[in-house]
Design a protein around this ligand. Structure first.
Ligand SMILES: [Zn+2]
Ligand SMILES: [Zn+2]
Length: 317
């Protein structure tokens, strides 16, 4: 397990009035290690098919239970990678059982079939619980219909999954803003964001941390209100230089994506302003677009003096 070391700078006055500086550190106890809430970045990417950045997917892991937010392409393999390389057993594919989706754009949901079926074939015995906007129930029903032949052959008299025929099933819950989920580990509150369709961000409150994730959105007061000094804010972003340089995809008329992006996404300048109001202890950038990581870093530093990191797949916070 990757350990987190907390460094504390202690300034103390000596008898002679001089300031002495010492560096102390403390390792969290093993009890707090096992109960601590962790953010695992499974996919920090965008629709761009970037090999080292999988599609949008984030796991909040609390007391050995995983809660997913979004299921972009590669979600199950990234979860499996985190289970192995980061020793996070809760992310073993068969243990992926609860997920929240921010909106139904394809880059956030093309891993849905993967999340439904791959863990089942590996041994998940219980239905998947999924929470998200209107349309989730239809999307779920259509996917199950699309894989009807697979389900039939796996559950018939010859089928390898016939003794656990519930593992592909999905309980899809269409939500509205407010508390959408609560168990002994976590309370999850959805808040409406500003995107091209019905969309939500989520606030996770656990015994030791509050974590807010934006999904795709224009700057939203609801995000600021959901955070208000939260421990971690995970937010999408792009730089203006990237937007100016981006060629239109598919030969669309010039300015098509720029107009979309200005309405439905967030620039680093806007994110700096939002984060100054939201005051997270740590800001994690994900679903980002920039000319390079260095350009994103420099641009964010211009607009935000607080602590932030550029998220990478399989980073744990
Ligand atoms: Zn989107
Ligand atoms: Zn997106």
């Amino acid at each position: 397990m990757r350990r987190t070391w907390l460094f504390v700078m202690i300034l103390s006055a000596t008898v002679g009035g001089e300031m002495a500086r010492s560096l102390a550190f403390q390792q969290p106890s093993s009890a707090s290690q096992s109960s601590a809430t962790r953010v695992v970045l499974l996919g920090t990417g965008t629709p761009a098919a970037t090999p080292d950045r999988s599609g949008p997917a984030t796991a909040i892991v609390v007391n050995d239970t995983a809660y997913l937010v979004d299921f972009g392409p590669g979600v199950v393999r990234r979860a499996s990678a985190a289970a192995t390389s980061r020793s996070i057993a809760a992310l073993q594919p068969t243990r992926l059982q609860v997920a929240f989706v921010t909106h139904l754009h394809s880059d956030h949901t093309v891993g849905y079939a993967d999340l439904i079926f791959s863990p089942w074939t590996l041994g998940r015995r219980v239905p998947l619980e999924v929470y998200g906007p209107r349309g989730l129930t239809d999307m779920t029903a259509h996917l199950l219909a699309a894989y009807r032949a697979d389900i039939e052959t796996r559950t018939n008299a010859d089928g390898n999954q016939r003794s656990f025929p519930d593992g592909y099933k999905v309980n899809a819950h269409e939500i509205a803003a407010g508390v959408v989920y609560k168990d002994k580990n976590v309370t999850v509150t959805a808040f409406a964001t500003k995107h091209a369709m019905e969309s939500y961000g989520y606030r996770f409150e656990t015994a030791d941390r509050t974590i807010v994730i934006s999904g795709d959105t224009n700057p939203a007061q609801a995000t600021i209100d959901a955070c208000r000094g939260c421990d971690v804010l995970i937010h999408e972003v792009h730089t203006s230089a990237w937007l100016a340089a981006r060629p239109e995809a598919g030969g669309a008329p010039p300015g098509t994506f720029k107009r979309f992006s200005e309405k439905y996404h967030t620039t680093s300048e806007q994110l700096g302003e939002l984060a100054r109001a939201a005051k997270p202890r740590l800001l994690i950038l994900y679903h980002y677009n920039s000319l390079s990581p260095e350009e994103l870093q420099a641009d964010m530093m211009k607009h935000y003096a607080g602590q932030f990191v550029i998220g990478r797949d399989l980073d744990v916070y």
